[in-house]
Design a protein around this ligand. Structure first.
Ligand SMILES: [Zn+2]
Length: 501
């Protein structure tokens, strides 16, 4: 296990011998520390301790309603999924695997884990801090006030809580759009938190935060050049749980182009916010295209106020799109371009963006795009449009949240569907709960009625992360105490009074 800066910002049990509880003692992901956490837990409500599956043993998920989301494999009213060496080896009714650990999936929907393509995870300790704010309010408070004062420990806590929250709610793969790299120590802390959480993380390495927003003048920051170190130190293989992106800044082509080059020099894909509010109406993608900078390795986020030429450039260069419809509606980015993307021939992925204002509930993201697209079509019909677009279906929305997410995160060969040969990122959703029972339509239940409370079991790369509705090896009482400590430290450093109301 690698520890940070001589243990200075390591939270794990192994780094702490004091009997007094401290925020440095709650994190446990190695086998040894997981056992320690389990021993300390004790007080988890309900005492329904999550069940561990022995490492290396095959897992048979038995008798569930299986939505593979792979159109060639199809769906099954009742089938089994066999997981061997972290990968899906078979999906079929009545698989015989006598040596496998069995997970009973009766009264469950078995499907691929949800995939988020854009979340600023360092803000995981600032949840709900700005429920009524606009995008300008967000930049002033979250980025310039809090972000400029973040310590590496704060980054670690934010990323870690955000990652655990994602896993708990059924998100198995998430792109951390990480623009908090005030120093390389901040970067190390973010990467460590993602690795420690066990989520399939796509680390989007981004700029620093400063009090005046001039990130390029941040003292101590090494963006974007430090990506070469990251590639070597943390992301030397594609055959690992965490992979590397570059998160390109908002700004002029002169600011953006060197970051694209830094990414491509180390073979990292790129993610960038574009088409955001009035400032997104500057034809940025046309300018970048004139420099030959638009390629299929890039995900474009929001895209609310792009012009038609820019949309065609995304499509024609093979780019991918991430729509964060809830926040776009809430904070003034512009109309979520769901129909626009469909019209142009781009299938979007979905994202939460900021937990400062948005729930981490990915089911809410699905419902938001579903209802907004229908609203737009109904409005056109009512206005007399004789050739309105087709309504989105729940299956298409579920594909946005899985298949298209994996594609935008550069992981379509590994995740997004329950296809034999892919890695076993699998969620089991309970259908015997009062919000969905009796089940009549599995895809409809997931998209229109379910929520994180239905997430019973989560596997990532074949490892059981959640079982029987409980995260495995996590001490909630301790997490709660340590989240509060991280928050209070941050508020004090930033000089912000926290009334809690
Ligand atoms: Zn964002």
């Amino acid at each position: 296990m690698t520890h940070l800066r001589g243990n200075a910002s390591c939270f794990c049990v192994a780094c702490n011998s004091s009997s007094a509880p401290s925020r440095r003692q709650f994190l446990c992901t190695t086998a040894t520390s997981a056992v320690a956490a389990s021993v300390m837990a004790g007080t988890i409500a309900g005492t329904a301790r999550a069940q561990q599956v022995a490492a290396g043993r095959a897992i048979l998920i038995k008798g569930g309603c299986v939505l593979t989301l792979d159109r060639a494999v199809g769906d099954f009213e009742r089938a089994d999924v066999l997981v061997e060496r972290g990968k899906i080896s078979a999906v079929a009714p009545n698989i015989d695997a006598p040596d496998a650990e069995v997970i009973d999936a009766a009264h469950m929907i078995v499907m691929p884990g949800l995939v988020d393509t854009h979340r600023h995870m360092w803000q995981g300790i600032l949840r709900n801090v700005l429920p009524d704010g606009s995008l300008d309010d967000y930049i002033a408070l979250v980025q310039k006030t809090f972000g400029a004062r973040y310590t590496p420990d704060d980054v670690y806590a934010g990323d870690y809580f955000s990652a655990l929250g994602a896993i708990d709610s059924g998100v198995t793969c998430i792109l951390d759009w990480s623009h908090i790299h005030n120093t390389p120590e901040h970067t190390d802390a973010a990467v460590k938190a993602l690795n420690d959480s066990g989520v399939r993380a796509v680390f989007g390495y981004g700029n620093a935060q400063t009090a005046d927003g001039r990130w390029w003048e941040a003292e101590g920051a090494k963006y974007p050049g430090d990506i070469a170190r990251l590639r070597k130190q943390y992301f030397s293989s594609d055959d690992q749980l965490a992979t590397l992106y570059l998160a390109a800044p908002s700004g002029s082509p002169e600011q953006i182009l060197p970051t694209f080059k830094a990414a491509r020099d180390v073979g990292a894909r790129i993610t960038i916010h574009v088409g955001v509010g009035e400032r997104g109406r500057v034809g940025l993608l046309e300018k970048l295209n004139a420099e030959g900078a638009l390629k299929s390795d890039t995900t474009y986020i929001h895209c609310c106020t792009l012009n038609d030429t820019e949309w065609k450039l995304i499509r024609d260069t093979g780019g991918t799109v991430s729509i964060a419809s809830y926040v776009e509606t809430l904070m003034g980015h512009g109309n979520p371009p769901i129909q626009k993307a469909i019209d142009i021939g781009v299938r979007p992925s979905l994202s939460v963006d900021v937990e400062t204002s948005v729930p981490n509930d990915f089911f809410a993201q699905m419902r938001t795009v579903f209802s907004l697209q229908k609203k737009e079509v109904w409005a056109r019909r009512l206005a007399g449009d004789k050739n309105p677009p087709k309504f989105l279906t729940v299956r298409e929305v579920l594909e946005f949240a899985t298949v298209e997410g994996a594609r935008a995160n550069g992981l379509e060969r590994k995740a997004g569907t329950l296809t034999p040969g892919k890695e076993a990122d699998i969620i089991l959703l309970r259908t015997d709960r009062l919000n969905v029972m009796p089940m009549n339509n599995a895809v409809g239940a997931v998209v229109t009625s379910m929520g994180p409370q239905n997430v019973d079991t989560v596997l990532i790369a074949g490892k059981v992360m959640k079982r029987n509705g409980q995260l495995v090896g996590v001490d909630f009482a301790r997490l709660d105490r340590l989240a509060g400590e991280a928050r209070d430290r941050l508020y004090a450093n930033a000089g912000v009074k926290n009334t809690r109301i």
